[in-house]
Design a protein around this ligand. Structure first.
Ligand SMILES: Nc1ncnc2c1ncn2[C@@H]1O[C@@H]2COP(=O)(O)O[C@H]2[C@H]1O
Length: 493
């Protein structure tokens, strides 16, 4: 078996000779925790490594503490963290990473333990299966991502008294703006021009640009609503969001989250007159960027099928939406608690509204008396979540490719679970496939797309956008756009 991708050493620990030789060429020696954090963020942002496709180890030399400090208080600087605190910090800030922290004397047994589990993470289909179905009490002392471990960590945070958050510590130690590398010569004006139209295409932006666009929108909305957050804290929130989405998912990833936030914001802008001047727009935009947090790239049916521990916890109802909500409320508690002070239900209600199993309920309610109707905000986020079918055709077709690839992967996963068919190799090319540029080349490569799009538009999208157009003149364009795209797909059947 080949060695793990990278072994980090922090604070100059002495490495056992067998580790040094095994990781030859793959040891990254760092002098401080701040350097480790900067390295993880920049690898993730540049795509050099997403830290999800293998198991990674940090060998950490704890700073010396005096004898009286047998049980020291929680650290107040990054330089004095214990190994347990560093492990906790990494779990909170990089929840989707497979990153374990050990002291030098634990390194050799930890590698042996990680080797036992590596096969679960090195191929896409087995990795996703492990995320979804790993049991809560798998006995292991290293850190490997699963949905249940993510949720358990979040629930544990909520019972801690006092609650431990590392956000302050990090934002006071690192200048996060420096990590966000934008292409030369692109000004804020350039990004605002992209953001203020319905032609916004999150698919043509780098991860850094997606963070920058999100920063611009949220900063503006925070100022408008009088909710204070410093730039560095906002960057940290956005970086933590990015590392809480699985980068390898074809559709349900940070890019989709930013796309939905931009759509949500644009719809709110168009409906300006209907909103009182309060924090509603900020709250629903924040909900939009967190609405799929930790998404495994599958669906509720698959979550329930094998009775994943997460599905059990939510009694098989809106499993993923409940999961996203719970993780996101915890993340906001650490990074922007003011948002949760008196209207946290806006965030949870709107995220829960994105469950497509409830779609017809929402559509039916739109015709009821006003007191029975779903809130504007729930309708807006629902519309934004499936707004890719209302984008200009060239953009809409690209989203269609991605959701189709994700559906295909789910189908392969089902075959694997039911028939034991081993199709792993076909699904390991997460990053390797650039999206076809033109609609013609998309049709050539994915001939099933017109049919798939028509099924989705007819079953879900058209009704919602027609209904919204009936309510709000300003949103009629959504219905027109989806009709135009539908007509195109019909012509290609
Ligand atoms: N372009 C599309 N084609 C087919 N299905 C889609 C498309 N866009 C969104 N969806 C589906 O709509 C769902 C909305 O909720 P989810 O994000 O859970 O999963 C999404 C997909 O299953």
């Amino acid at each position: 078996m080949s060695s793990m991708a990278t072994l980090f050493t922090v604070n100059s620990p002495e490495l056992a000779p067998q580790l040094a030789s095994r990781f030859k060429g793959h040891v990254v020696a760092l002098t401080a925790v701040a350097d480790l954090l900067a390295r993880l963020y920049s690898d993730r942002l540049s795509g050099a490594d997403n830290y999800e496709r293998d198991l990674y180890l940090v060998v950490y030399c704890e700073p010396k503490r005096s004898a009286q400090d047998a049980s020291p208080p929680a650290s107040s600087t990054l330089d004095t963290l214990s190994a347990a605190e560093l492990a906790h910090l990494l779990e909170k800030q990089f929840p989707c990473f497979n990153l374990s922290v050990v002291t030098p004397e634990r390194a050799v047994p930890a590698i042996a333990e990680l080797d036992n589990y590596r096969a679960k993470y090195t191929q896409r289909l087995t990795r996703v299966t492990t995320w979804m179905y790993a049991k809560r009490h798998d006995p292991c002392s290293v850190n490997m991502y699963s949905m249940i471990s993510h949720l358990t960590q979040v629930r544990h945070s909520n019972t801690e008294k006092p609650r431990r958050s590392y956000a302050r510590l990090i934002s006071s130690s690192l200048d996060l703006r420096k990590l966000i590398q934008l292409p030369q010569g692109k000004s804020d004006d350039h990004y605002w021009k992209l953001l203020t139209t319905w032609d916004f295409c999150a698919l043509s932006l780098s991860t850094c640009e997606l963070i920058w666009c999100s920063y611009l929108i949220l900063k503006k909305l925070a100022i408008d609503a009088d909710y204070v957050i410093s730039d560095n804290d906002l960057f940290l929130l956005l970086l933590t969001l990015e590392t809480s989405y699985h980068q390898g998912n074809k559709f349900h990833n940070f890019r989709h989250a930013v796309d939905v936030m931009q759509a949500t914001w644009q719809l709110c802008c168009k409906l300006q007159l209907h909103f009182p001047k309060d924090a509603s727009v900020l709250l629903v935009c924040v909900a939009a960027i967190g609405h799929d947090l930790g998404h495994p790239g599958t669906n509720n049916a698959l979550m329930c099928e094998e009775n994943s521990p997460v599905a059990q916890l939510y009694q098989k109802a809106s499993v993923l939406e409940n999961f996203h909500t719970e993780l996101f409320l915890d993340l906001l508690q650490d990074h922007w608690p003011q948002l949760l002070e008196d209207r946290r239900n806006v965030i949870s209600d709107t995220i829960l509204a994105t469950d497509m199993a409830l779609h017809s309920q929402y559509i039916d309610q739109m015709d009821e008396a006003p007191s029975q109707q779903p809130t504007f905000l729930s309708l807006i986020i629902k519309a934004a979540d499936i707004s890719n079918v209302t984008r200009p055709l060239e953009i809409s077709a690209k989203w269609a490719v991605l959701i189709t690839c994700e559906f295909n992967e789910c189908a392969a996963l089902v075959r694997e679970l039911k028939e034991g068919s081993a199709e792993y190799d076909a699904y390991n090319t997460e990053y390797d496939q650039p999206l076809p540029e033109s609609v013609d080349s998309i049709l050539e490569k994915f001939p099933s797309i017109p049919k798939g799009q028509l099924i989705f538009i007819n079953a879900f999208a058209e009704g919602l956008f027609a209904g919204l157009g009936d309510y709000f003149e300003e949103l009629k364009f959504l219905h027109h756009n989806v009709q135009a795209n539908k007509k195109f797909w019909e012509g290609k059947l």
